[in-house]
Design a protein around this ligand. Structure first.
Ligand code: SAM
Length: 290
């Protein structure tokens, strides 16, 4: 098993540090249009937030979250449109969870994908949410479920080996969910991060998720800080990354991936428009065969 990177300098991108919301292209003051019917239903039926209070509720939580970390997906309200649920493997994931499988959502933010899984029938007991910073209290505030959500939240850098809670999960997770996270790094660091994620799996496990991709695999500068580069995958380079990380960790992986437009993700044009040409979302399912 390759060791996790010792430096924490690449654990979080520069742009996630506090930013003036009025000066970045990825903070939309009004994200009411992101409150899609699926999320309205979740908030109403799972969280007991009446429809006429939901717009205010969403903006309140988004702004509190922005004050913790200035991620584009937070500012744009992308997390309000269910993403995992669109993955072709979603019904299979829910059925595996109902059968007792475990799932770890790495970079869980407020744990929105975990709540969606619970609403869709997964027991919350075998769910783990990991994040480098505590967005979890906001998650309880958003979903109003502190008294009934039984999943565990772990505040840790997933690249670090110093969290006993994470170490206890090594080799034990059936499904690792990693969405909108690996794309914050360039190729080498994405491979190293994937090697760390593989450390949580065993044969038969899956790693699933999505991230920003491009029909042409390439390294692109982050806007507005163009000195930092990040890797955009297409389906071929994503598979190559799994093969490379698999080799380094003594595991074998079969991947499936799909390139999706902003529209296919249920997002509006603004979500990707500020990025480079041919940008898209890449969804993936990788199964560990040995
Ligand atoms: C862009 S958000 C994506 C949230 C969610 N997964 C989604 O798809 O909507 C990235 C999340 O990853 C977390 N994160 C970034 N670097 C991390 C690290 N090294 N370890 C754990 N979490 C990290 C951030 O705090 C943030 O909540």
């Amino acid at each position: 098993m390759a060791s996790a990177p010792s430096s924490t300098s690449y654990s979080e991108p520069q742009y996630a540090k506090a930013q003036d919301r009025l000066k970045v292209p990825f903070y939309t003051p009004d994200i009411a249009s992101r409150l899609v019917p699926e999320t309205q239903e979740l908030l109403e039926k799972y969280s007991n937030v009446p429809r006429d209070q939901q717009v205010e509720h969403v903006h309140l939580i988004r702004d509190k979250a922005w004050d913790i970390r200035a991620y584009p997906c937070i500012g744009l309200g992308v997390w309000l449109t269910p993403q995992l649920r669109r993955l072709p493997a979603y019904p299979d994931i829910v059925s595996r969870l109902k059968g007792g499988a475990s799932l770890m959502d790495v970079g869980t933010f407020i744990g929105h994908d975990l709540r969606r899984l619970v609403y869709d029938g997964a027991p919350s007991e075998n769910l783990f949410g990991v994040d480098i910073v505590n967005h979890f209290d906001l998650g309880y505030e958003f979903f109003r479920d502190r008294d009934r959500f039984r999943g565990a939240f772990i505040e840790a850098d997933f690249l670090s080996s110093s969290s006993p809670e994470l170490v206890a999960l090594k080799g034990k997770i059936d499904i690792v969910l990693v969405s909108q996270l690996l794309h914050q790094w360039d190729w080498d660091d994405q491979v190293k991060a994937l090697e760390t994620l593989i450390g949580f799996t065993r044969p038969g496990s899956s790693i699933v998720g999505n991230q920003i991709g491009n029909s042409t695999a390439q390294s692109v500068p982050v806007k507005p800080d163009s000195s930092v580069k990040i890797w955009r995958h297409n389906t071929e380079s994503l598979d190559e990354m799994f093969q490379q990380a698999g080799k380094a960790t003594g595991s074998k992986w079969e991947t499936q991936a799909w390139l999706r437009s902003s529209e296919e993700m249920g997002w509006d044009d603004k979500a990707l428009a500020w990025m480079e040409p041919n940008v898209c979302v890449i969804e993936f399912v990788a199964n560990r065969v040995s």
